[in-house]
Ligand binder design. Structure first.
Ligand code: BG6
Length: 494
């Protein structure tokens, strides 16, 4: 079903996100009938550009990054005429007034009922000023709805996030704000709920009586690339853990919502985040958290430089490119179950995986005592391969009483292709429909910052614990010890 007609304002239209993700997402939505003809996209950035140039940028981006391709010139022109560009100084309200006039023309031309979606692919310090000027420039006075979609990072810590939120809430209501965490747009992250709550195999076992531990891995092979300026001030804890990792953890740990309503689901996620056991001092952080930074190394025979040698990174930088932790969710369901989470750049493979390790059958004379039984596993593969597999024990054929682990696999991406549909496609469509389940609410963001801030503060006090790891390796050895201390090990990711 097509989303209601709207004007989409892309702030940061000449940036990387627009080129790699947003233009292709809009095109794919259009191709699939989720955007009808009653829409317009206004590209906004400081640099001057004509509509033709802008459309050429969009065309190029689609050629390179989109799963649907442009069929012919006529169809392309029909799509491209919805795209216009306006150069805008975001600190000057006059430009916003002009944007308002342009919007009126677009509303009339494409028969758009006054709905406005402002997508801010900008640095977070600009979210406040842009919101004020949207209001002061009259852009929020239309008859339709207004929605603000913003990219991460939402602040740098709880305090800055709170300030930012105060600014935004002078202009927008909470339900008009759509905070993107693109991991929530991934098919398999959304699938966590279905796997949990729609399967008699798993739902009754989803607790500390049957689950031994949970392992979440978000590994990347890339280094910081051209983002040294941003990343060196952020690091893995803020860049990946505060948002993507804790969001995934919350989806795994949350209680079943009473209804499949966005607010009910988000209420449950907040409760799970609130139950995270906070680290109360730097000793606890040292005991449960690993902080790493890649040094020189190599991947598939290709030599790689160390993080401190990367562009726009300080040669003495103590920023972590790797983060791992053992965390506990202190509630009835999860008491005593460790959640091991790890993320890093320059690791050997690009993958996002969740492993649920079940407790073994009782130590009985039948099998467990006679064989070294492997625990049952449920593995949710999020990215780039999407799928699920379970590991169970079965008899080795042809042998007496020999038990071996076997896997049963559902490979979603093998059947419908990698990453279909893309996270951004899903999220833009959701925002345009007013469906906010897979966007983060303010209290979730605040709760996640509160947890992360304690770690960051402990690191500030004690900078000695930065482990260097060779680029292309699996990160600091300390991460293995975290599990070994509890009698576990990381299950290999594929
Ligand atoms: C972003 C981080 O949010 O997620 C990047 O800022 C990271 O540092 C990226 O590379 C990973 O996303 P994905 O979808 O490629 O796993």
């Amino acid at each position: 079903i097509a989303a209601a007609g709207a004007v989409y304002y892309l702030f940061g239209a000449t940036g990387d996100l627009a080129r790699r993700k947003l233009f292709p997402a809009l095109f794919n939505l259009y191709k699939e009938g989720k955007l009808a003809e009653d829409f317009a996209v206004v590209g906004l950035a400081r640099r001057p550009r004509t509509n033709e140039q802008f459309r050429a940028d969009v065309y190029e981006s689609i050629g390179e990054f989109s799963r649907h391709k442009v069929e012919d010139a006529e169809k392309w022109d029909k799509f491209a005429e919805h795209f216009v560009y306006m150069s805008l100084d975001i600190n000057n309200v006059d430009g916003f007034r002009e944007l308002n006039r342009l919007t009126e023309e677009l509303d009339a031309k494409f028969n758009i009922p006054g709905n406005r979606l402002f997508y801010l692919a900008l640095a977070p310090e600009l979210f406040g000023p842009v919101s004020f000027n949207l209001r002061d420039g009259g852009l929020l006075e239309s008859t339709g709805w207004n929605r603000l979609v913003i990219e991460k990072p939402f602040g740098y810590n709880l305090e800055s996030a709170r300030k930012l939120n105060e600014q935004l809430s002078q202009v927008f209501k909470e339900e008009e704000i759509y905070r993107i965490d693109h991991y929530l747009g991934k098919e398999m992250v959304q699938n966590i709920e279905v796997i949990r709550f729609a399967n008699a195999f798993f739902e009754p076992l989803w607790n500390n009586k049957h689950i031994a531990n949970v392992q979440i891995t978000l590994s990347e092979t890339v280094g910081v690339e051209e983002r040294g300026g941003y990343y060196d001030k952020s690091g893995a804890l803020r860049d990946m853990a505060q948002n993507h990792m804790l969001q995934m953890l919350a989806m795994i740990a949350m209680e079943p919502p009473s209804r499949l309503h966005p607010e009910d689901i988000r209420d449950e996620k907040v409760k799970a985040l609130r139950s995270l056991r906070p680290f109360s001092n730097s000793d606890e952080v040292a005991q449960h958290v690993v902080r790493g930074q890649y040094a020189e190394g190599s991947l598939k025979g290709k030599p790689l430089r160390g993080y401190r040698q990367e562009d726009s990174v300080s040669p003495e930088s103590a920023t972590e490119t790797y983060f791992a932790a053992r965390v506990f969710v202190d509630n009835f369901r999860w008491a005593g179950v460790p959640f091991y989470i790890r993320t890093g750049k320059r690791l050997p493979v690009k993958t996002t995986e969740v492993v649920i390790e079940f407790k073994n059958v009782p130590d009985n004379v039948l099998f467990a005592r006679r064989h070294d039984l492997s625990p049952n596993l449920l593995v949710i593969r999020v990215n780039p391969i999407e799928g699920i597999y379970i590991k169970i024990n079965a008899k080795k054929p042809g042998a007496d009483n020999v038990v071996q682990p076997v896997s049963m696999e559902f490979c979603q991406s093998c059947q419908i292709g990698l990453n279909t549909p893309e996270a951004y496609e899903r999220l833009i469509y959701d925002a345009a429909r007013g469906e906010s389940t897979y966007f983060t609410r303010w209290d979730e963001v605040a709760q996640a910052w509160q947890f992360v801030d304690r770690i960051a503060e402990a690191w500030k006090e004690d900078s000695s614990k930065l482990h260097h790891y060779a680029a292309g390796s699996w990160g600091p050895a300390r991460t293995d010890e975290l599990l070994a201390e509890d009698g576990f090990h990381w299950w290999p990711v594929n």
